[in-house]
Design a protein around this ligand. Sequence first.
Ligand code: FNR
Length: 339
Amino acid sequence: MSQRSTRKEEHLALTQMFFNAENSNSFDQVRLLRPALPETVVDRELLAVNWFGKQLSAPFFINAMTGGSEKSKQINQSLGYVAAKAKLAMALGSASILTKEASQLESFYVAREANPDGLLFANVNPLTPAASVKEIVKELEADALQIHLNVAQEIAMPEGDRDFRWLERLKEIREAVSVPIVIKEVGSGLDPISIRQLQAAGFEWFDIGGAGGTNFSQIENSRRQSQIPYLNDLGLPTALAALLAHPLTDKLIVSGGVRNALDVFKGLALGGKFVGVANSFLHFLLQHGQEELYLEIESWKDQLAALMALYGQTDIERVQVPVYLASGLKNDYEQLKQL
Ligand code: FNR
């Protein structure tokens, strides 16, 4: 196995080792005001959304994870199957490996084969040459593209990148591809200053990928001889990142540490149009298999429909629930909101 494929498999193993569905995170500091008289009806049909021209059953999706190794091929096949059956959008893991190992194409493409009509995102790092990104989007028949920003992860990785002058590279990619682009973080959070900078450069969609779930600094740290523990705590928590991003854009995706349907609902209440779920779904898949993951996702939809009714909501694209914050989150938000 190549060094890159080995790293992919190590990441898979380590994300599972560190996963703990019981972990508390910033979603727990977000509270919602519930009307005693909501005047609503529980209706799963209300969850249906359209995204980039594709009809989806719900506004949460399977976020970028894997590809580029044998194990990840099986995972992508299963996730593609589940995405098709549940009618959810899905993002593939970083396909930048294809510029070095073209033979790994199949480990990504299996998800498209399993889900020929669904909304599928390709995913690359910002240093992938623009012409290669164009090729990747074409080969994977991707409807849209995620570009991930992962500076904290690269710093924690001994063999990681050390040159982070990425903006021009991002613009080159944008010029080269015709599909919509989402700029995402991978679990350390997108801050409002960077969002504004990216907006000025013409980018529109942002996935805040906040801290509170999968922590790649922790994962890379655990692969090091000598660890740098403070890197594990640099992330901007998901709820805080969402509160800060919401006034800047309505093309907002909330992700990072989504554990259940209530977190999805809170993500929508915080201004997310869509909510990304990565490791909670992967962990469930690896523990229970694809049919069970499908049923779990259907259960999340039932719960989300119930939460909509409970909180008096009828429009999934404009969830407007009075939100109040626990003091720690409120404090942090007060300090940063005028940025
Ligand atoms: C990821 N994530 C990720 N993101 C990305 O943009 N490209 C990638 O290749 C990967 N690879 C990857 C592998 C594995 C095994 C996991 C669990 C995650 C990050 C992912 O999309 C997401 O941003 C973070 O995991 C935070 O979300 P969760 O896991 O807390 O829901």
